[in-house]
Design a protein around this ligand. Structure first.
Ligand SMILES: O=[N+]([O-])c1ccc(OS(=O)(=O)O)cc1
Length: 529
């Protein structure tokens, strides 16, 4: 049994490359844990990393010593590398008055969305109605989300911004402009709701910003309030500071919020569903549950300690227009899907901080149990089909050898798996190198049948089709199951390389093709060819 790197892998694991940052490196690994590419920075993670379609790497780094703003997740510098590791651009946002932290997001137009804490002085906080007994640090952090166009090698042009401090409400000081009834304004942020906190400067601890291009909205995660917020990105900067304008008409006010309705006086502790969550994001078009939101619910601050992966379906009346009934909490009342592991008590699946979950093209879910440096992938039956332990210590960069246990500081902020057909890899050398860990043992991987490889290359044609579809492969086909994107098995064919889809409604389906011990998923579009 391996102690680090790939612990186990089956033929059902999605055959892609997993990206994560640890210490000063960002690695792309295959399912065997073999490094197919890596980048080196001068900085440890600060914290997110993304592979861009052109093969560049966007990475937030932690640069200490420049700012008095310090909390788990602080960064300060954003770097853009090309595939070959050349630093194309870097931008430091890191003084005593402001500091980038946790996430950044590569916008489809090449701009970069940046998350930063900026200081509100004690007098600004009091002017905004903060309860004066809840100001122990004599300052509080605003959260600024701003979009920059990279300029030159280290400059930016700010093209848009939103600030949490422009959307505050409070019922403490009736002499201030933003005084109001919190329960009547779910679109505003109650400046004195601290979710049990004492008002320390980092009262919000936003840890994720994810842009959805279809809706032109940004999904935000506040760990300390245990809430997901959605804001409009179609506004001008001026509109984003108000409650009107933008395609949804609400300016920079919240379009939607979920997880802890106590924050707007529409619930009690028992109504709370999120506990220090991470990486809420809309599932991409073309994937199972597209348009629903996946959330890693850490479970921090509740007993017993266990984490969950949620899929929720925010109620809407039109795309991106969220349904809300006055004097209630935003729906849904419960997630559509929950993954947890309650086999043992305490649960084997728990990470109080960092982490994330991602839907993969074959319907599996990749889970980053980040505090443990543990990545695992589950199939639709919640069987673990890939199991990996990061062998590198995040503080020292010291890498464990196989048979040694991983460092307790092998914490990983987030892991993302990319399809081998992702544009970033076209024309690039992604042949596998050595695993990260020393003295590697590829036994779990060698047990993988080569049949998988052959079946993976099966061609499904014609596609789209509303008639007979052929599966071209040299292997025997035992069975083909056809699923909707919601996971419903609508057709099954036995012992045939041809399947008739003419009875299906037009749309996207998944073919699960079984050969001997092996199965692969292929997507088909049922529509006239
Ligand atoms: O220890 N860290 O690296 C760390 C701790 C907390 C943290 O914040 S969180 O919201 O992402 O858990 C981020 C990083």
């Amino acid at each position: 049994q391996n102690t680090v790197g790939t612990i186990s892998v089956t033929n059902e694991a999605y055959d892609g490359f997993t990206l994560f940052s640890i210490h000063t490196k960002s690695y792309l690994i295959d399912n065997c844990g073999q490094v197919v590419h890596e980048w080196t920075s001068a900085f440890t993670p600060g914290n997110a990393v993304y592979l861009l379609p052109n093969g560049n790497l966007l990475r937030a780094g932690k640069r200490d010593g420049q700012s008095q703003i310090n909390f788990g997740g602080t960064g300060g510098i954003i770097e853009l590398f090309d595939w070959d590791g050349n630093l194309l651009w870097q931008y430091e946002y890191n003084t005593d008055q402001y500091r980038q932290h946790h996430d950044v997001y590569p916008m489809p137009n090449g701009n970069v969305l940046i998350l930063a804490a900026t200081v509100m002085s004690q007098s600004e906080a009091i002017q905004a109605g903060r309860d004066t007994s809840l100001l122990p640090d004599n300052e509080v952090y605003n959260e600024r989300i701003f979009e920059v166009e990279p300029v030159g090698s280290n400059q930016v042009n700010v093209v848009w911004e939103w600030n949490a401090k422009d959307h505050l409400i409070q019922d403490f000081d009736n002499t201030k402009d933003n005084y109001g009834v919190v329960a009547d304004h779910p679109e505003k942020l109650d400046f004195n709701f601290l979710n049990g906190g004492t008002g320390g400067a980092n009262w919000l601890h936003v840890n994720s910003i994810q842009y959805d291009e279809t809706l032109d909205q940004i999904v935000i995660s506040s760990r300390n309030l245990s809430e997901v917020w959605i804001i409009d990105h179609s506004t001008t900067t001026a509109e984003a500071a108000t409650g009107s304008g933008g395609i949804y008409g609400k300016g920079g006010d919240f379009l939607y919020r979920w997880g802890n309705p106590q924050s707007y006086d529409q619930g009690v502790e028992a109504d709370r569903q999120l506990f220090g969550q991470h990486y809420p994001h809309y599932i991409e078009n073309g994937l199972v549950d597209a348009g629903k939101m996946m959330i890693f619910n850490n479970g921090n601050g509740r007993m017993p300690l266990f984490s969950e992966v949620f899929i929720i379906d925010p109620p809407t009346s039109a795309p991106g227009v969220y349904s809300y009934t006055t004097n209630t909490a935003y729906g849904p009342a419960a997630p559509d899907y929950i993954y947890a592991d309650m086999t043992n008590d305490p649960s084997d699946f728990y990470s109080g901080i960092v982490s994330g979950a991602q839907r993969l093209p074959n319907g599996n879910i990749l889970i980053c149990e980040g505090r443990e440096g543990h990545f695992f992938e589950i199939n639709a039956s919640e069987e673990v089909v890939w199991d990996y332990i990061n062998p590198v210590d995040n503080n020292s960069g010291i890498t464990a050898n196989q048979t040694q246990s991983a460092s307790p500081s092998n914490i990983v902020f987030r892991a993302l798996k990319y399809s081998k057909s992702y544009a970033a890899f076209s024309g690039k050398d992604v042949s596998p190198g050595q695993p990260i860990e020393g003295n590697p043992d590829l036994t779990p991987c060698n047990a993988l049948s080569t049949d998988q490889h052959v079946l993976n290359t099966a061609r499904v044609y014609p596609n789209p089709s509303d008639d007979v579809v052929t599966i071209e492969t040299t292997q025997n086909i035992q069975k083909v199951e056809i699923y909707t994107l919601l996971g419903e098995n609508v057709l099954t064919f036995k012992n045939s390389k041809q399947v008739d889809v003419s009875s299906l409604k037009h749309g996207i389906y998944l073919l699960k093709i079984f050969s001997d011990e092996v199965a692969v998923m292929k997507k088909i579009i049922v529509s006239p060819n």
